[in-house]
Design a protein around this ligand. Structure first.
Ligand code: BES
Ligand code: MN
Ligand code: MN
Length: 453
């Protein structure tokens, strides 16, 4: 049976199988889910074996296992390495916004709702099912390797050394990553740039224990107040980052590329619809899509200090903590940005408290080649799968391992994403459109046929 008919004939089973994977709460950022993370890896291993992949194995790391599989019977045809991640974000629901259980997948209005539906179990599964459909046909036009990790949402810390130490195992002509979004079902697009990231904690300490704020307030500097003073010195009122040298290595994007990227504008209407925010913010000299795509940021992800429970407590806290991430663009170096922030914080910390800046994890930005033959094949494949020629766009999010693939495997990366902008990744009611699932499988099959043919 030809692979496209195989997809059509097996759609129902595919969805039921994906639901099984989505039921496993493989949250890599929470240690209590360690067992679930492993169960997801084992589920994938068994699944890849069942579709006929060879050399299926779990590679142990100090963290979560890496799932590997291959099918290398295509002789001289190109080898593709397909990357995905089976770990997911937490699905806390303090505001009761999930309409169904995040780990009991449910189909509503043509979409499958669950944590990980789009990010990244559903998209990884789209690739697996595309390969299965080719295998069932008895003829896969390319050599295939899968690498599916369980730590993407916590910074891919153990995948970096794995890739560096297994360049032969992972050697490929092209790397395929399905972990991004298109602009719309009728507006296919291919992500050609991802931002890098550096994740930090800034801690300010004062007295050796929490004090009575009446007995000492006014005489002892409050670490929470010192921290917000430090944080307030990070941006000016237009959103420019004030850390000395922060923009030193930011590469200007040329006019040709700015014009290409302007084909995917981020409208105020879209911002309002997706976020509930009424007015945009940020560097006035850059268009909204540029603030996300080509400019770096420094964000406060969380602030912790003092009493945050019910009612009041007159306390002068001993310490205050800020969780911070920077999104980085070419040619910024995550470690250099960490050191610049560390030095700036040291310089502006008042002598009445002490401060420390700790790095949690980092990932490189990535820019992909739009001219390669692989990209041209991807463009044709989207045109086939979605009925329209895709445009190129840059994404503000990060996939930390992409830069490492480019650097250590020397292979071009194609970000073959099938999510939609309103899929709600990391938020409540995450979903994956079944149209995207369907068209994604057909796009991927077409791409592999183009490469092999
Ligand atoms: N799949 C996302 C990356 C992404 C975000 C693609 C938005 C398309 C749109 C990925 O799983 C992710 O969430 N990455 C993290 C990386 C971090 C935890 C190191 C991110 O961008 O915050
Ligand atoms: Mn992802
Ligand atoms: Mn994610």
């Amino acid at each position: 049976m030809n692979p496209y008919d195989f997809v059509d004939a097996n759609r129902k089973d595919f969805i039921e199988e994906l639901k099984e994977l989505l039921r496993i709460p493989s949250i890599s950022t929470m240690s209590e889910h360690k067992g679930d993370v492993r169960r997801a890896a084992e589920w994938l291993k068994a699944h890849l074996e069942s579709i006929g992949m060879a050399r299926v194995a779990l590679y142990e790391t100090p963290g979560n296992p890496i799932v590997y599989a291959e099918w290398m019977e295509a002789g001289d045809a190109p080898t593709v390495l397909i990357y995905g991640h089976y770990d997911v974000q937490p699905a806390d629901d303090a505001d009761n916004l999930w309409l169904s259980d995040p780990f009991e997948p449910e189909v509503r209005d043509g979409s499958l709702y669950a944590r990980g539906a789009t990010d990244d179990k559903g998209q990884t599964f789209t690739q697996i099912k595309a390969i299965q459909s080719l295998l069932a046909n008895g003829q896969v036009p390319v050599n295939v390797k899968f690498i599916i990790e369980g730590e993407e949402e916590s910074g891919s810390t153990n995948l970096y050394p794995f890739v560096e130490q297994h360049t032969d195992l992972l050697a490929a002509d092209v790397v395929i990553v399905s972990d991004t979004s298109i602009l719309g079902l009728d507006r296919p697009s291919i992500v050609v740039g991802l931002r890098g990231i550096v994740s930090l904690e800034i801690e300010v300490r004062g007295p050796s224990y929490d004090l009575h704020s009446g007995m000492y307030g006014g005489l002892v500097q409050n670490p929470a107040q010192a921290l917000v003073q430090i944080l307030a010195a990070m941006h000016d009122e237009h959103g420019h980052i004030m850390v000395p040298g922060f923009y030193d290595n930011v590469r200007e994007v040329d006019e040709t590329e700015r014009a290409e990227l302007a084909k995917a504008p981020f409208t105020l209407e879209r911002l309002q619809r997706e976020t509930g925010v009424r007015v945009a913010w940020g560097e006035p000299e850059y268009a909204p899509h540029e603030r996300i795509g080509i400019r770096p940021t420094l964000e406060f992800n969380g602030l912790v200090s003092g009493w945050t429970g019910e009612g009041g407590k007159t306390v002068l806290p001993a310490k205050a903590l800020a969780k911070v991430t920077c999104r980085l663009v070419p040619d910024q170096s995550p470690d250099e940005i960490y050191r610049k922030i560390r030095d700036y914080v040291a310089a502006i910390t008042p002598e009445t408290v002490t401060s420390e800046v700790r790095k949690l994890h980092e990932g490189m930005w990535a820019v992909v080649d739009t001219e390669s033959a692989y990209m041209q094949a991807a463009v044709r494949a989207y045109e086939f799968g979605f009925g329209k020629r895709p445009i190129f766009m840059r994404e503000g999010g990060s996939i930390p391992i992409v830069g490492t693939f480019q650097q250590h495997l020397g292979a071009p990366v194609i970000l073959m994403g099938f999510g939609l902008p309103d899929d709600g990744l990391h938020g409540p009611n995450e979903k994956y459109s079944l149209h995207c699932f369907d068209r994604g499988m057909k796009t991927a099959i077409k791409f592999y046929e183009e490469l092999g043919g």
